[in-house]
Design a protein around this ligand. Structure first.
Ligand SMILES: NC(=O)c1ccc[n+]([C@@H]2O[C@H](COP(=O)([O-])OP(=O)(O)OC[C@H]3O[C@@H](n4cnc5c(N)ncnc54)[C@H](O)[C@@H]3O)[C@@H](O)[C@H]2O)c1
Length: 399
């Protein structure tokens, strides 16, 4: 048995909470959540009490400098990912980083009033490529394990899809997928300055990550090397800017996006000629919609993460379910619904964290690694460039 892994969690918001709840379901690994910090200390103290965490740090810097911490779990807004990754690597702490790896948040010295309107997507892509290079160098130099928190590849329906593609020895010819809901809760999501993009970056990274991973796996099974993405074609739109929607007196969909898109579609072509058609929007009602379909040469499989029909419910009055959680982002509990019996498990969080803790403890690579984080981020920013130009972007020409 190796040494116990002591993890420090940075962030006290939405993702911090589901990470903490999911660590409780990790079995067979020797680890503890040894510390927590966030911008709001009282919230950090509350979570420390709820999840038996011994130390609350005043800052992420204090946590990263503590020799008692072996690894950090970054559950902070996107614009903080790369700065904290670089600091953590400097301190030789293993890293678990929420999606996405990073992004473009404005030119150096940009103030809070900077907006992405009119900003060159080619410049954004170039900056992101530079940033990825810096992260890769820092991770290699420090010899740490980097874990990219893309839960979709650990979600049981997606893991089963992957096994069925393997069992049938299918060539995956076409992939379709979507992550959509009725709008992020987080104020950071409204602005490119803090989010680094709109629904293509915040939501579509999940189906993009899963699609890339499925093609990596197919290539590794057949030839020992992953099949990588080759080109992207994307479109973005602002559906909540439609005038008739703006005039509606009652809204069930989040609005008020500042300079980020609320709909995106991307087609990724792979080295072997296969395609993935993926979409995401912040304007989808009826609860979160997370699915991926693989059209293989010998099998067709759809993985429904949410909704799925493991549990179906009907009530004439949503008030009857008032104190009961139904499913992420549903607007109403009335009528027919698809309650998630164990949302964290079906979304893949406990399996993801189990893989990460095991990878950190043993030094083996995690399934969701820096290559996946890198390829997803490049696909997204090449997608923004494609949407701006209205043409296909060949990744070999830009990377
Ligand atoms: N994998 C998923 O399904 C999933 C779902 C939601 C969010 N996320 C990712 O999680 C990350 C955080 O999103 P969220 O929804 O939890 O946001 P959130 O707004 O709920 O929480 C952000 C947290 O970051 C903390 N923070 C901000 N600045 C800080 C600083 N300088 N030092 C320390 N802490 C600081 C805040 O105190 C807050 O607790 C994002 O990167 C997002 O993409 C992933």
């Amino acid at each position: 048995m190796g040494k116990r892994v002591r993890i420090g969690l940075v962030g006290t918001g939405f993702s911090a909470h589901f990470h903490l709840a999911s660590y409780r379901k990790v079995y067979g690994e020797d680890f503890e959540i040894a510390g927590i910090c966030g911008r709001n200390r009282s919230r950090a103290v509350e979570l420390a009490c709820e999840f038996d965490i011994s130390t609350c740090y005043d800052t992420a810097d204090a946590m990263l400098r503590d020799p008692l911490i072996d690894a950090v779990d970054l559950c902070v807004p996107n614009y903080l990912h790369v700065p904290l990754i670089l600091q953590a690597a400097e301190q030789r702490k293993h890293i678990i980083c929420e999606k996405p790896l990073g992004g473009y948040f404005g030119p150096p010295g940009a103030g809070d009033d900077w907006t992405a309107e009119g900003a060159s997507r080619a410049t954004m892509l170039q900056q992101v490529l530079n940033e990825i290079h810096t992260v890769e160098e820092a991770v290699v130099r420090s010899g740490i394990t980097f874990c990219y928190a893309e839960n979709w590849i650990y979600a049981p329906p997606v893991a089963k899809l992957n096994r069925l593609m393997a069992a049938s020895k299918s060539t995956i010819m076409r992939i379709q997928g979507e992550e959509s809901h009725s709008g992020s809760h987080s104020p950071y999501a409204r602005h490119w300055r803090t989010a680094g993009g709109g629904s293509l970056l915040r939501l579509c990274v999940h189906p993009i990550g899963a699609a890339l991973y499925l093609k990596y796996e197919e290539g590794r099974r057949r030839d020992g090397v992953p099949i990588r993405p080759l080109s992207v074609l994307a479109q973005t739109a602002n559906l909540t800017a439609i005038e008739s929607f703006r005039r509606e007196p009652v809204r069930h969909i989040a609005a008020g996006w500042s300079d980020v898109e609320d709909w995106a579609s991307i087609t990724i072509t792979f080295e072997d000629g296969a395609v993935a058609q993926l979409t995401s929007t912040d304007t989808h009602m009826g609860g979160i919609r997370n699915y991926i379909t693989a059209h293989g040469s010998r099998a067709l499989v759809t993985a429904n993460i949410n909704p799925n029909t493991a549990c179906q419910a009907y009530t004439p009055d949503g008030a009857y379910f008032a104190d009961e959680y139904i499913v992420e982002k549903t607007e109403t509990k009335e009528g027919w619904s698809f309650p998630a019996p164990d949302e964290d498990a079906v979304t893949g969080y406990p399996e993801e964290l189990r893989d990460f803790v095991g990878a950190i403890a043993t030094g083996r690579p995690p399934k969701s690694d820096l290559m996946l984080a890198r390829d997803v981020l490049i696909a997204v920013y090449a997608g923004y460039l494609s949407a701006e130009r209205g043409t296909v972007v060949n990744l070999r020409e830009v990377v």
